[in-house]
Design a binder for this molecule. Sequence first.
Ligand SMILES: Nc1nc2c(CCc3ccccc3)c3nc[nH]c3cc2c(=O)[nH]1
Ligand SMILES: [Zn+2]
Length: 374
Amino acid sequence: MPAVTYEHIKTCRQSGARLGKVHTPHGSFETPIFMPVGTLATVKTMSPDELVEMNAQIILSNTYHLWLRPGEDIIQEAGGLHKFMNWDRPILTDSGGFQVFSLSDLRNISEEGVEFRSHLSGEKLFLTPEKSMHIQNALGPDIMMAFDECPPYPAEHDYMKASVERTSRWAERCLEAHQRPHDQGLFGIVQGGEHPDLRRQSAEDLVSLDFPGYAIGGLSVGEPKDVMNRVLEETTPFLPDNKPRYLMGVGSADSLIDGAVRGVDMFDCVLPTRIARNGTLMTSSGRLVVRNAAYARDFRPLDEKCSCRVCRNYSRAYIRHLIKSNETLGLRLCSYHNLHFLLQLMENVREAIRNDRLLDFREEFFEAYGFNKP
Ligand SMILES: Nc1nc2c(CCc3ccccc3)c3nc[nH]c3cc2c(=O)[nH]1
Ligand SMILES: [Zn+2]
């Protein structure tokens, strides 16, 4: 029995969206789903109890960061990431390649792997497909990602073709080096930038290796939203219907809906906790910057349509005061609400798929939130 399996429940008659379930050793989660990011083995300012309370069903963490600090050996001695951070639901970890490119300077990429300087100590390090697998096997997440190169956007066709072919060879090396296939599902990551022929080649290479799930990488790296949507339309047809599809690093509310419409099942992004840190909130009528003076005497909840614990108990005026005073509770309340907002959005997306009306829901949500329609 593979460690990770996908159960397709239905496809929305109004769009290409799928309703499904992913089964893992630490439990199942419904799809389409938003996965909170916990880079350093914590979803910033949230406790596991609060994540359970808002119905977070799976969280993400980062191989690159945990390798550098505290080190995968310490986490392995703790009994793995679940025990270390007291989270007993599914965990997914990224493979580290992307973080090397986004966090450290001095990096040399070769067939063997990537040489770079630690963004913490400055020491020279070397990350390879085998090393990434070793670290992820030690951390023990339910879903691991293959070691890939996410080229900068935009990238010339020639560079991208060579990069895709290397990423496919790295994916094969990851499968070879994977020590725990019975309890950790390894996902391949499709690359290819905005070149349809390369997206198809990357997808076909990876599908021939028969991974339990596939991520669509190389997006949410600065490309316009219409480019992302076109790349999704040019990639998903080459992925199997009976495996989960994970769009990495996405995203904002409109991108989550547009990704689901195009058959994506799993999403992640750091946005909810990142913008919460400066008091920016996602609400059903658009973004709200609670530190604005306009809210000094506004005793309404952040979002009158939100059922979360923060909106049921605190006012804009109070949260503005906390943020202005740099009080930690301010960060916590804003993070809680933003995470709940995206988790609730995906519950509403799943409900719309159940009722075959995701495009209607998209229309209503975009109208209320103030997104442009096309
Ligand atoms: N391995 C990989 N990761 C990506 C991430 C990080 C997602 C992530 C996973 C787990 C924890 C944190 C972040 C991207 N974020 C935005 N765009 C992204 C593209 C890629 C990509 O092409 N490959
Ligand atoms: Zn709320």
